[in-house]
Design a binder for this molecule. Structure first.
Ligand code: FJE
Ligand code: FE
Length: 303
């Protein structure tokens, strides 16, 4: 674990420009998500399409469904999710593990909580792909908890999901340039994190409370999404006398392209969406293997 001093002062600290409380809603089959990005008040925060804090107990889950044109990043907080796709790729994402899935031209898969292990909780972030990358071959980057880079110092601990912080760097390749950091700050700790100036950035609080952007700001608690304004980084204060705060800080380079979304298909034009519906229906152009495939979890429950 690297022990590092905080980087030098910021020229223009980012301030909180909008705050959203993510309330529970139904998704998938009997699953509950707190959606912040992707709901109608915040349809898109370029390049981010969806941020779901999910909480799913078997037999609820996300049975066989497709994706095209973006990436899904699943970061487990508690419990475990079993996934399998139409190529035969499968595994279990456990607490602290990361699955960075580039759906590209097409993935059909299921994501179901592992029974008998309580409620599976985590974050799923959907990152858009540029028009040049939407039809690339699917790819997985998977990291177990123990292999996630981390650093600590001055009462701040970071797990680096993507990008770099406090001298620790993630091996994940982000096709759409992205920074994804999981911070825990002890009471009275202070954090200063640089963020590329041209990128869009947000924080999402998981536990405890912190003041973002300004020391005098009102502390913000769990299930809140904070959009950060312009600047070269962010400052965070945990002014609580006793409670740690945990939040993720995510930033990405905006694509600046038109977005046409139909559920799990995200393209640039209506024509491309029409073609995608056809491709999925006729099992072509990346969806070939969808023709006969059913997940084991579907076969087990429906015969
Ligand atoms: C879904 C398309 C989807 N949030 N959080 C349409 F891809 C999904 C879906 C998920 C999902 C899966 C996990 Cl493991 C965590 C998620 C959406 O699979 F629910 C709908 N309606
Ligand atoms: Fe999915």
């Amino acid at each position: 674990m690297a022990e590092t001093a905080q980087p030098c002062v910021l020229q223009e600290p980012r301030l909180v420009v909008r705050k959203f409380q993510a309330r529970p809603q139904g998704e998938g089959k009997g699953a509950v998500v707190r959606r912040s990005i992707g709901r109608f008040e915040l349809k898109y925060f370029d390049p981010f399409l969806v941020l779901d804090e999910f909480s799913v107990t078997a037999p609820a889950g996300f049975p066989d469904h497709p994706h095209r044109g973006f990436e899904t990043v699943t970061y487990m907080l508690e419990g475990a999710v079993k996934h399998e796709d139409f190529e035969g790729h499968k595994g279990t994402i456990m607490a602290g593990d990361l699955q960075w899935m580039t759906a590209g031209k097409g993935i059909v898969h299921s994501e179901m909580p592992v029974g008998g292990q309580g409620t599976a909780k985590g974050l799923q972030l959907w990152i858009n792909l540029s028009s040049n990358d939407k039809m690339i071959e699917p790819r997985y980057q998977e990291l177990q908890s123990k292999d996630i880079a981390r650093a600590a110092g001055n009462g701040v601990e970071v797990r680096v999901i993507a990008g770099e912080s406090m001298g620790a760097r993630s091996p994940v390749f982000t096709r759409t340039p992205t920074m994804y950091l999981d911070f825990t700050m002890k009471p009275s700790a202070y954090l200063r994190q640089p963020i590329p100036t041209s990128w869009n950035a947000f924080a999402y609080v998981l536990e405890g409370e912190a003041a973002f952007g300004s020391e005098k700001a009102a502390p913000v608690g769990p299930h809140n999404l904070l959009l950060l304004g312009g600047g070269d980084g962010v400052e965070v204060w945990n002014r609580s006398p006793a409670k740690p705060v945990r939040f993720v800080l995510v930033a990405g380079e905006p694509l600046g392209e038109p977005v046409v979304q139909l559920g799990p298909f995200v393209m640039n034009t209506e024509e491309e969406i029409d073609r995608t519906i056809d491709d999925f229906q006729f099992c072509v152009n990346g969806f070939e293997k969808a023709k006969w495939w059913r997940s084991e979890s579907t076969v087990e429950t429906q015969g």
